[in-house]
Design a protein around this ligand. Sequence first.
Ligand code: NAD
Ligand code: KPL
Length: 303
Amino acid sequence: MTWHVLGAGSLGSLWAVRLARAGLPVRLILRNAERLASYEQAGGLTLVEPEHSQLYPLDAQTVAAPEPIERLLLACKAYDAEAAITELAPRLAPGAELILLQNGLGSQDAVAARVPQARCIFASSTEGAFREGDWRVVFAGHGHTWLGDPQNLAAPPWLTELEHAGIAHDWSLDILGRLWRKLALNCAINPLTVLHDCRNGGLAEHPAEVATLCAELVELLTTCGQADAAKGLEQEVRRVIQATAANYSSMHQDVAQGRRTEIGYLLGHACATARRHRLSLPHLEALHGRLLDSLRARGLPSH
Ligand code: NAD
Ligand code: KPL
């Protein structure tokens, strides 16, 4: 079965190349004819790895191609996911499977609501990749990907294909817990790195601020039925701050490069969920407000 991959960005390219290298049929889905022409001119995707870089001439098509899709890796940003799937919905075969690679929460439910006939598998990844240029992606950090389906706990048989492709993964029976935990980590670290304009390690100078946010995030997760995902949150946040002290958070990098952030699916989602539960989390709300002001001041979208 063909792996259709929408979004030839960082993670989409990383998955597409490894699947193709394992001899699996892969087809990239690009935005429009102009992007397809640019891709064809480049001759394929280049993946830069520590030992070597190589050009992979993978098949590509536009969203408008007629061929039905049975399996789709949706590898765009959270804020593009719903629009992308709306465009592709007419092409989904009955019983199609979607793998949603978006960070944060909110986009997965929006996608699933658009395509009730499809199985939506949620993913949470610690792999690292970035775009060095058009059609050129750097595999920056090995990591792991957890996949799971809150509606159907049975693992799909094609996980063996990921194994052949060397994509380190596990089937998770609690993918929502994983996504909430990652969201909480991102909410405790990323916005503060933007507001203090510092590397992750710089937050070691703001222990009280971090601890207060963690306490509110624990309250939120517990209220949402995610008590397990809330366990030991503050200790893990401190551990991540220390282990990644020299790095800039992904949100800091986005803001520094003038790119749209995924705030609406991270801190924005956390605050909206708290309000829905009538839960008062004043420090998280204040952080959200300060971050929105900071994004607006830079001319960046606030959702
Ligand atoms: P990216 O911006 O590098 O790539 C997304 C690609 O999707 C872009 O090429 C964009 O043009 C394309 N796209 C968007 N809408 C489209 C449409 N309608 N049709 C065709 N193409 C479309 O993003 P990324 O870094 O790969 O991130 C994807 C998701 O994975 C994000 O939610 C991110 O937070 C998450 N993530 C990324 C990394 C990483 O290291 N890059 C690690 C973990 C999680
Ligand atoms: O995932 C991260 C990010 O930068 O997005 C970490 C390192 C956990 C910081 O929140």
